[in-house]
Ligand binder design. Structure first.
Ligand code: ZN
Ligand code: ZN
Length: 197
């Protein structure tokens, strides 16, 4: 059994709990990609979210393990481009919360650990330093394994698809497959500003 982790946006208007957090049930990763940086930059949250190498510390879990305690009506979602990941944030204070696919069927949610009530170290070893070539500073020599992370993600998602747990998600209406709020796709102007490194 893992432990529960509480997460909160910067202003405290949005609160949630992730159940059964452990090295077995989730993936701890750091993403250095320009998209994750653009997400933080668009929301004006680089200082809160990005590490000194431009990375975003993430804990990947499944939506059915997430329970929103307060401020579900504060959730908003953006896409950096059409067909891009759904990038959820709390609009009360523009805090990045998590990424999901555009469908509930693939049970996956990658949370920004900066909002957690525990430090990144408590989430176990970092399995993957993703897109290290996009980093703006030093990255550890051992980058981990993309194959291993993908395998774990797909295994969990498949299991949730088969046992029906994928339907339990705070982000989508499982019956229609639609997100609880309509995603905002960044305009060209917004996108240019978000990607200006
Ligand atoms: Zn807030
Ligand atoms: Zn990324």
């Amino acid at each position: 059994m893992g432990h529960d982790i509480a997460l909160t946006c910067a202003c405290g208007g949005f609160r949630a709990v992730i159940r059964d957090v452990s090295e077995r049930t989730g993936n701890h990763a750091i993403c250095y990609c320009v998209d994750c940086r653009a997400y933080a930059r668009h929301l004006g949250q680089e200082a809160r979210i990005l590490d000194e190498s431009g990375g975003t510390d993430l804990y990947q879990t499944q939506p059915w393990q997430v329970e929103i305690r307060e401020g579900r009506d504060q959730l908003a979602v953006l896409q950096l481009a059409r067909k891009g990941l759904y990038r959820w944030y709390a609009r009360c204070c523009d805090t990045p919360i998590c990424n999901t696919m555009g469908t509930p069927k693939l049970s996956f949610a990658g949370f920004t650990t900066a909002n957690f009530d525990v430090s990144s170290d408590a989430l176990g070893p970092v399995l993957l330093h993703y897109k290290a070539d996009h980093a703006t500073g030093p990255v550890p020599e051992d980058k981990g394994s993309m194959m291993r992370l993908m395998y774990r993600t797909m295994r969990n998602a498949l299991r949730s698809r088969l046992n029906g747990k994928w339907r339990k998600t705070p982000f989508f209406d499982a019956a229609t497959g639609r997100s609880i709020v309509k995603p905002h796709v960044l305009s060209d102007v917004e996108r240019t500003a978000a990607y200006a490194e």
